[in-house]
Design a protein around this ligand. Structure first.
Ligand code: UDP
Ligand code: MG
Length: 317
């Protein structure tokens, strides 16, 4: 028989003990159904506190295809994905959520595209069941804005569910920035990319680990790591304020010439508060970038691993 190819499936896990057994079962069934491949399941336990770790430890002792990378604390979804990519040894890698919102059966379609020669095959969401209207609206507005202000084309309706070839994975591994927006980084590396359409389901059980605060941080990571347009906002606001001031000056001259008395206090207050507000906004934007520069230059590793379980680490190969 021909030498089979290895797929590394990366699963970020944060407090998912309710869904893990079902996920493991469905993912294993789906992967076994793909011809000519072997697979490893790399669970990155991102500081779970709900017993997910016991479930994962148990899986890794029962199934030699399971590896567990346990973080020393919660580092966040994007970093968990990146750690999985660092540990993956396969001929290609797949990133998938543990909550079964991304159906493992779609991996077979991704593998087919990969065999056609694509380096990146991302999942495109045909529909998104079980999301609030506000999440759908903010997400769609965000991706449209992001594509207007960045040069890298980041496809709309695409999450982190995707397959990457070995060489795409290796390139992605070199990008060590800490405020990560992985789907943007994958677009940035280039190569041949394509999508497969799938139905995104509701989360099987448990709560979303992305409350609005985290989503906002995620959106800011996306914008600041791919665009400097917000930094130019200060200049545009400056032009606009100067233009407005010039027009107002002319109107003052005309009023004076016509003999009107010009009332001062209200105008001064409005102008002062307006300019004060604009300046603080601009400073805030600069602060946002400055904070990220600070975060980037600290020579800290991206994450800390407490323990690695699974066959490969045991034999040290
Ligand atoms: N996740 C993680 N670390 C976090 C938050 C989430 O590893 O800090 C994992 C989570 O367990 C899941 C995936 O990332 O497998 C996506 O999270 P979630 O389903 O909560 O996000 P949503 O689908 O609601 O956007
Ligand atoms: Mg989810």
């Amino acid at each position: 028989m021909e030498h089979s190819q290895l797929i590394s499936v990366i699963v970020p896990v944060y407090n998912e003990n309710e869904v893990l057994p079902t996920f493991y079962q469905r993912a294993s069934d789906a992967l076994r159904g793909i011809e000519g491949i072997d697979y490893e399941l790399i669970f990155v336990n991102d500081g779970s506190t709900d017993g997910s770790n016991d479930v994962l430890t148990d899986l890794s002792t029962r199934d030699s295809r399971v590896r567990v990378v346990r973080f020393s604390r919660n580092f966040g979804h994007q970093i968990a994905i990146s750690a999985g990519i660092d540990y993956a040894e396969g001929d290609c890698t797949v990133v998938i959520d543990a909550d079964l919102q991304d159906p493992p059966e779609v991996i077979a379609n991704m593998v087919a595209k990969w065999r056609e020669g694509f380096d990146v095959v991302y999942g495109v969401r045909a529909s998104r069941r079980g999301e609030t209207p506000l999440k759908l609206l903010t997400a769609s507005a965000f991706y449209r804005l992001l594509n207007r202000i960045t040069k890298v084309h980041i496809p709309v309706d695409v999450g982190d569910f995707r397959l990457m070839s070995r060489r795409a994975t290796d390139q992605l591994r070199q990008l060590r920035e800490k405020d990560r927006f992985v789907r943007g980084l994958v677009s940035w590396i280039g190569f041949r990319q394509t999508g497969v359409i799938y139905e995104r389901n509701e989360r099987l059980a448990g709560q979303t680990k992305y409350p609005y605060g985290k989503m906002l941080k995620f959106a800011l990571d996306g914008i600041t790591s791919f665009s400097t347009v917000p930094l130019k906002l200060a200049m545009w606001l400056g032009y606009a304020a100067s233009g407005f001031a010039f027009l107002y000056m002319i109107s003052v001259f005309v009023q004076k010439a016509l003999g009107y008395t010009i009332q001062g206090w209200a105008t001064i207050m409005v102008a002062m508060l307006f300019l004060g507000g604009v300046q603080l906004i601009c400073l805030g934007i600069m602060g946002e970038y400055l904070g990220r520069i600070f975060n980037e230059i600290k020579p800290r590793p991206m994450y800390i691993v407490e323990e690695v379980l699974g066959r490969r680490s045991a034999t040290g190969d």
